[in-house]
Design a binder for this molecule. Structure first.
Ligand code: NAD
Length: 432
């Protein structure tokens, strides 16, 4: 099939490359010319394992193309995916839809024959109706169909998630368009992905309801971890104990820092705004948002407590600053609150993250990026394992601490309490 992806970010680039790999011809369009130049020069603007190889393979085969020219992408395609960002609005907590509506308005000008317009961006219920209205101002109804196909891939696991999704959701009010999407996804359905078709609004709600549910699970276990800490219980036993109930399931029950990233924080906020708009109080999700905001402060205070309230001139090392491993995404990472807070209190911070130096931390004094773990840990008083990258899972603490025996705050429970005690480290973790 001939496909156009509007927006070549995490979602547009990964799904574009994967669609091309399935044998389709894919035009990836982005307004950001620098991004397109990079891609045309075999450089990948984001950190995503396996993506460079996949893009290279399909680019050289001619199936994957990059252009800033939307007309080229739309005119040469039968299916056009809108994959632009929907960040939190600056005015309130709703989803900012100006990029989606902007893309709809622009693409409408280039509809030269029947097209299926697919919203892959995460958008509030009824947005498809609005996109349809925008396009109707320029083109007749017989020339297009607007449908919803939300994306569930996770950064860091994006290619695997695209190839082996639990489910593919298509929301459409038109059977022919649904069939077309089903045949586009046929190779994945054959490998076991469940295909669910619903109406357009249904698919829009499924996406938000899924993310809000996962965010709820994280906040839930984080609060249970707090109770475990007070009662001498190991939260890991509790996670396993409740997760074995198939009605609950064991995933997303690992406590840690507040949830972050480009999706959960913005999507939980946006769905509560949609609820209010339709006079429906989504009180559980509102409570989750509050709980998560408290979590950020709670763990920051805990760091201060570990240092016995003496933060000034303490050398703190962060291992990992991204919101999760295998991504360079810093959006809403809890390190964005912790690091500046501790600096303000007089700490001297070094950090190492496998995805590299962070522009978010470029304007701070007493904050240094090191390009290896060893240098980052040099002379540390406190080591904070913030993100669970693979390379932090088997550290030789004795060697790293150079016998200074720094304290360790393992926010991801990567190590066993017993073994750290045996090694003689003051070791703190979550819910244990
Ligand atoms: N990142 C994820 O893990 C993830 C997962 C599932 C769903 N989503 C959703 O997918 C959507 C995209 O997310 P993302 O993380 O890929 O965003 P992103 O910010 O990484 O990329 C969006 C891209 O769209 C481009 N763009 C904006 N307007 C454009 C236009 N009119 N024409 C061409 N390009 C345009 C931007 O330049 C940018 O490169 C969001 O709604 C997000 O909620 C994201």
């Amino acid at each position: 099939m001939k496909i156009c992806m509007i927006g070549t970010g995490y979602v547009g680039l990964v799904s574009g490359a994967c669609f091309a790999d399935l044998g389709n011809t894919v035009w990836c369009v982005d307004k950001n010319k620098q991004k397109i130049n990079m891609l045309n020069n075999n450089k990948i603007p984001i950190f995503e394992p396996g993506l460079k190889e996949l893009v290279y393979k399909n680019y050289t085969s001619g199936r994957l193309k990059f252009t800033p020219d939307l007309s080229l992408g739309v005119k040469n395609s039968d299916i056009v995916f809108i994959c632009v960002g929907t960040p939190t609005s600056e005015k309130n907590r709703s989803a900012e839809l100006k990029y989606v509506f902007g893309a709809a308005n622009e693409l409408a000008s280039y509809i030269n024959k029947f097209k299926i317009i697919v919203t892959k961006s995460t958008v509030p219920v009824c947005t498809g109706d609005k996109i349809e209205k925008i396009i109707l101002k320029k083109k007749q109804k017989r020339l297009f169909e607007v449908i919803s196909n939300p994306e569930f891939l996770r950064e860091g696991e994006a290619i695997r998630d695209f190839r082996f999704p639990d489910r593919i959701i298509v929301g459409s009010n038109n059977k022919k368009a649904t069939k077309k999407l089903e045949s586009l996804y046929e190779p994945l359905i054959k490998k076991g992905a469940k295909f669910l078709s619903t109406n357009r609004r249904g698919a829009e709600i499924i996406k938000y309801a899924s993310n809000a549910f996962l965010a709820t699970k994280i906040s839930y276990i984080n609060e249970i971890a707090n109770l475990c800490e007070k009662t001498g219980v190991n939260v890991e036993d509790v996670s396993i104990g409740i997760g074995l109930d198939q009605r609950i399931g064991g995933r997303f029950l690992r406590p840690g820092p507040a949830y972050g990233g480009s999706c959960f924080p913005k999507d939980t906020k946006a769905i509560t705004v949609t609820g209010d708009l339709f006079k429906t109080n989504l009180s559980i999700i509102k409570a989750v948002i509050k709980s998560n905001e408290k979590r950020r402060k709670f763990l920051t205070k805990r760091v201060v407590k570990i240092l016995s309230n003496k933060v000034k001139n303490k050398k703190i090392t962060f291992l990992g600053v991204t919101f999760k491993p295998n991504t360079d995404d810093m959006r809403q990472s809890s390190s964005l609150l912790m690091v500046p807070f501790l600096l303000k209190k007089g700490a001297k911070i070094t950090y190492y993250d496998p995805s590299g130096k962070k522009k978010e931390f470029s304007n701070h004094k007493n904050l240094l990026f090191c390009n290896n773990i060893n240098d980052a840990c040099n002379k540390a008083d406190l080591l904070i394992i913030h993100t669970e990258w693979e390379e932090f899972k088997a550290l030789d603490f004795k060697k790293l601490s150079r016998n200074k025996k720094f304290m360790i705050f393992d926010m991801r429970n990567l190590y066993s309490v017993e073994s750290m005690k045996k090694k003689g480290f003051k070791y703190y973790s979550i819910g244990r």
